[in-house]
Write a protein that binds this ligand. Structure first.
Ligand code: PRP
Ligand code: URA
Length: 211
């Protein structure tokens, strides 16, 4: 598969080591959440590397110098439920970000996302919006999340996940060719139930102990 134009695989030895433990079936929920949070934080520099900055005056104890700050506000959008632990790792490094929540549940028969919640701050167009969902499988949930946020006014959008399937990546890039997509792992394929192989199973269930 030829990767989409704006695809970024976040490669780092610490990320790779965390991902290995996350994939292991015997990793318990508490540890799973903690490690998802850690990978999320490790991904933040890559996901935010091109955010616009502006120059500001900065008074040190000795003199005035100049520094930089983010030119626009950031809105983080975890896709419920599994986006929540991912959110925590982003908030650790971008604590001033606002948070929008979008509730999507994949119908296990049709594999289509069913939307049940959306709450976002005003003026989405003035912010850089980062959609967070650990799993990009068929891509249905990611496409729906981005579509709903664009409909609500978001202009600058990017998507971050832990594990992407080639099928989901192609679906998302087909719907939004310019959307920047960041993942910690690009896996092989989907199985007949729409699960990512090798993957890490059902992220929400593993995160919240609902297996
Ligand atoms: C998972 C995951 C994504 C979606 C990915 O959520 O967190 O949102 O599946 O699958 P897709 O790319 O085929 O749409 P799920 O719907 O299982 O809900 P949950 O987080 O509440 O468990
Ligand atoms: N959702 C998950 O949580 N895991 C998968 O492998 C596919 C969809």
């Amino acid at each position: 598969m030829k990767p989409p134009v704006n695809f970024h695989l976040v490669e780092h030895p610490l990320v790779a080591a965390e991902m290995t433990r996350l994939r292991e079936a015997d990793c318990p929920s508490a540890e799973f959440r903690q490690r998802v949070r850690r990978v999320a934080s490790l991904m933040v520099p890559a996901v935010t590397a091109d955010l616009a900055t502006e120059t500001v005056a900065c008074q040190t104890p000795l003199e005035i110098t100049s520094g930089k700050r983010l030119a626009r506000g950031v809105i983080l959008v975890p896709v419920l439920r599994a986006g929540l632990a991912f959110l925590d790792g982003f908030l650790d490094l971008i604590p001033h970000a606002s948070v929008a929540h979008i509730g999507l549940a994949r119908n296990e028969q049709t594999l289509l996302p069913e939307s049940y919640y959306l709450k976002h701050p005003q003026r989405l167009a003035e912010h850089d919006v980062i959609v967070l969902d650990p799993m990009l499988a068929t891509g249905g949930s990611a496409v729906e999340a981005v579509r709903r946020l664009r409909e609500a006014g978001a202009v600058s959008l990017r998507f971050a996940c832990l594990v992407a399937a080639p099928e989901g990546l192609a679906h998302l890039a087909g719907a939004f060719p310019q959307l920047p997509v960041f993942t910690a792992a690009l896996d092989r394929c989907l199985d007949e139930r729409g699960y990512i192989l090798p993957g890490l199973g059902d992220a929400g269930d593993r995160m919240f102990g609902t297996v």
